[in-house]
Design a binder for this molecule. Structure first.
Ligand code: ZN
Length: 62
């Protein structure tokens, strides 16, 4: 499988895969992982927030 989280593929993503993580509010971090809220909404989070709990993801949406 091709690497989708490093290298040139990131250049095709909006903002080159970077932005502000909604969970930890770090800016200009790579948002490459998806968390799903309890409402079924997909949310892009950074590497640090992969193990974030469902409550923290839901709190980020509000
Ligand atoms: Zn984060």
């Amino acid at each position: 499988m091709a690497k989708t989280k490093r290298g040139r593929v990131l250049w095709n993503l909006p903002s080159r895969g970077r932005g502000t993580c909604p969970v930890c509010n770090r800016t200009r971090i790579k948002l490459l992982y998806t968390h799903t809220t309890s409402e079924g909404k997909a949310l892009k989070v950074c590497k640090r927030c992969i193990p974030a709990s469902q409550e923290r993801v839901d709190a980020a949406v509000k």
